[in-house]
Design a protein around this ligand. Structure first.
Ligand code: SF4
Length: 349
């Protein structure tokens, strides 16, 4: 993507934009950005700040000039999460809150399906994503055609689709869900059988808590499937007293080893409310960095599994995305109407 863009004479790269805006690192900038640096100083060494600060300054100026709002998922890196974003949270919180903001442009610091969800709920706004390489192994595990086939094989059974899917897949579904409301959504439907797509582990975790029969798909999050129950046992042995909280995209065996399991937002709230001395967050590792800022008394034990898709977003391509208005999310209107219905149904439930 970047290669294509840089061949376009109208496209300016990050360093070119900084030059155009007359922004470069200086001792004065250290003072100007002191508040922002204090939020991330626990996780970003001072020596790296001169690289981040000019981009942070430029992005904050530009988003104001362009009446843009920046959404950052909980898995984004701390300089994005704390220094340039306006709305932070899980994918659904981001999309819902973006709808309440008086902005012309939404820039999504997250993966492609999140930007699509933002677009579905804000069709009148321009939605930008800084990297088209920001995919997701769950979203890519299933297509609209796959859903049509499953529905044909299992007629009259409602389809519940995790938000980590494309608009095309959502359009084939009866209702969406997130990891925080999946059980409630499944239980709210009258049918005794539910097709639950595409996350197999989330489906298995739900199946343990509902009386309904769950028909599953073999999608997996490539980050959460890496954690093993043996690893958790080992952490407990090496870190006595550690509290373990796991995302439900982990296997049921890993969830069974944890003290609490919930969505990223639920995990964050659990840490805030319980203030454990030591905690192991079994999820993407930027989460620990991001919430450590607001929980200085909690020691985060880090088994670090990075999401390679989330990590394709950085300050440089965010600045490029805003300046060049690239890359804009477009959704076929027919698909958008149906996909939006599945999301709105979930929100209204
Ligand atoms: S962490 Fe997993 S579910 Fe989230 S974007 Fe990355 S691959 Fe997808």
């Amino acid at each position: 993507m970047k290669e294509q863009n840089t061949k376009n004479k109208d496209f300016l790269s990050g360093p070119e934009i900084l030059k155009e805006m007359n922004i470069s690192w200086s001792g004065k900038m250290l003072e100007e950005t002191a508040d922002q640096y204090s939020k991330v100083s626990r996780v970003i060494p001072e020596i790296e700040w001169p690289f981040f600060a000019p981009y942070i300054k430029a992005i904050n100026i530009l988003k104001k000039d362009m009446n843009a709002v920046i959404l950052a998922h909980n898995y984004q890196t701390p300089e994005i999460f704390h220094c340039i974003s306006d709305i932070r949270g899980d994918s659904l919180q981001l999309a819902k809150e973006a709808g309440n903001v008086n902005a012309d442009i939404i820039l999504q610091c997250g993966v492609h399906f999140m930007a699509e969800t933002s677009k579905l709920l804000n069709m009148d706004k321009t939605v930008l994503i800084p990297s088209m390489e920001a995919g997701c192994s769950l979203a890519e595990s299933i297509t609209g055609e796959d859903v049509r086939k499953i529905k044909k094989e299992n007629p009259n059974i409602p389809v519940v689709t995790y938000v980590n899917t494309s608009a095309e897949v959502k359009a084939e579904s009866d209702i969406c869900c997130t990891s925080s409301n999946a059980l409630d959504i499944v239980n709210s439907l009258e049918s005794k059988e539910i097709i639950f797509l595409p996350d197999e582990y989330l489906a298995m975790n739900i199946a343990k808590e509902t009386k309904k029969k769950i028909i599953m798909w073999k999608g997996r999050c490539e980050v959460h499937e890496e954690f093993t129950p043996e690893e958790i046992v080992e952490f407990r042995e090496n870190e006595p007293g550690v509290k373990v909280i796991a995302h439900p995209e982990c296997s049921p065996e890993v969830v069974a080893q944890s003290d609490f399991s919930g969505s990223t937002s639920a995990m964050i709230n659990w840490v805030k409310d319980n203030q454990p001395k030591k905690v192991l967050m079994v999820t993407e590792c930027s989460m620990s960095d991001n919430i450590s800022v607001e929980n200085p008394n909690v020691n985060f034990v880090r088994p670090c599994n990075l999401c390679p898709h989330m990590k394709t977003i950085n300050l440089e391509n965010i600045l490029e995305s805003l300046w060049n208005k690239k890359t804009e999310i477009k959704i076929n209107p027919e698909i958008a109407i149906k996909a939006k219905q599945a999301i709105v149904k979930m929100i209204e439930l």
